[in-house]
Every structure is written in structure tokens, then in C-alpha cells.
Design a protein around this ligand. Sequence first.
Ligand SMILES: [Zn+2]
Length: 310
Amino acid sequence: MTVAETRIFPINTGWLHGDLGTYIFWKGPAGKKKWQPVYCHFVDTGEHKILIDTGLPDQERASKYHHNCEKRGCLQVHEHLEQKLGLHPDQIDVIIFTHLHWDHVQNMKEFRNARYIAPKAELEMAYNPLPLYYRTYECGILGIEPAYAGCVFEAVDGESEVLPGITMFPTPGHSVGHMAVSVATSAGDIVVCGDAIFEERNLEPNPDEMWRYWVPARFVNSYEGWKSVEELDKRADYVLPCHDHAANARSDVFPYEGMPIRKRRQAIPGYQFYFGDMPASAAGKEAPAMAAEDVDAYISSLARPEDMED
Ligand SMILES: [Zn+2]
């Protein structure tokens, strides 16, 4: 049986210095930076040993071609699996990619027995990127060999239960083909979000602009990106965004006793949803609306990006 046994282990592969205004929050404080972790996730269903994304390379490669990177004692994914979780890379049988940006795909060739599964539109973009995204996909034209050079993938197009209890669903916007991964567990659906959101805070309002969601700024398509944030809100009992330290560091393993379960698609008086109904698979799981008298206290409890620590 899988669902009762399924466990998710977050793996932090290092830290990047990202801008709050150009990456993490739309209309966030541009020029203010915050160190963000880069997580990938090991999922053990009892039947399958799965990685969702594979995270960062070593510090030198990351800093040379991309953003300022610090490891701070974090290992690369294959080293972490061996040294912290006691698994040989050959034991991984599937790697699912949310998208193929450089900080989600490194070291995949270390896993010699793994099938590689990725969204079809990501594969098309990664192998022939729009020039704006040469660096993001480590295009060979820049003299970089991408981590997936020569690898054979299985392409997924549209929502798909790729393994029992493991469902990829489209969340484009951050990148053209981005897909999140919903993992059915004994505590509910834990959604590994990739970069569809960077932090849990992206699912809460921006009160200055009356936005129901303070969505990320890093979108190739803001319309699809907003829709994808709503989709996560509709489907997730817990979110594991790849760049959120708080959400991933609450435990070494998920689910865990006392894990805070989200209220799915909770209406907040004064703040509008834009896209419609719950997906068929989540029908009936919408939370009751927040009471009007609770809104002020809730809004004032929310973290403000300009106050976030670097
Ligand atoms: Zn990304």
C-alpha cells in the first residue's frame, strides 16, 4: 500500500541571493534581497523511490553562471541521499521535474536507474530556449553544458497520475510548461510546488493592492501564473515550495504529527478570486469563507516583504 506509507524528505541543496521585487513578490521591494534555499524532495512511497527535482550544482558553477550562491554546509542531492538518508543513487527509480530551470535539474545523471519524467512544454523550451532564457536553461550557446544533455525523458502533457498517488498537474506561468506534483499522504495532499510559488506567503493577500494572492514576480505569463497560484490553493493541504525555508524546515519528514493543514481556497471578504471552480478531483474541499470580523486581525498578522530579513 502506498498512501499510508508515503513520506517526503526535503533536501536543501544550497542558498541563492534573490531579489524580493524581481523574483519573490510582484510589486515587492525591488533592490532588497533575501537568501533563499533551493530544495528538492525525496519521496518514498514504499513501492517507489522518487526524486522531485534535483536542485543546485556546486557553489562555483552556480555563482559563475547564475546568482550568488552559498552552500552553507548543504550537499548536492546525491551526496545528501547517501550521507543523510543512507540511500545509494542507484536506488532512485524515478525523477520527476517540475520544470527544467538550472537550479532544479543538477546531477540528474548520478541516478543511473532512474526514469526521467518532465513536462512536455518544458522539454521543448529547454532544448530550444527563447534567447531571454538561454541562461535559465543553461543553453549550450553560452558555453555551458546543461545537466540534461543527452538524457532521454518521458514527456507529460496535461494532468497525469504518473505513479500511484503521485499526480503532476499544470501550473504554467513561472515557466512555459511548469507542473506541480501532488503527493497523496495519510495527512492529505502535499503539493511540491516547484517555483509556481516561491513561499507560502505568495498564497496570502497583498492588502495595499487588494490582491487575494501576493503572487511572485518571476512569470513568463502573469495570467497563467495567477491561475496556477489559484490551482495550488485549491489542491493543497500543505505546500512545499522549492525556495521556502520555513515550509520545508518544519520537519525532516512529511507528513508529521501536528502539521498545519491549509484551508483550501478560503474566501476572504474584500478579496476576489479570479478563476472559477475547484478541480473535479478536489470538489467539496473548499474551506468556508473567513468571517468578516476576523479579516482585520488576519491581514495585520501577515508578514510584509519590506520587513523580511535577508
Ligand atoms: Zn524556476
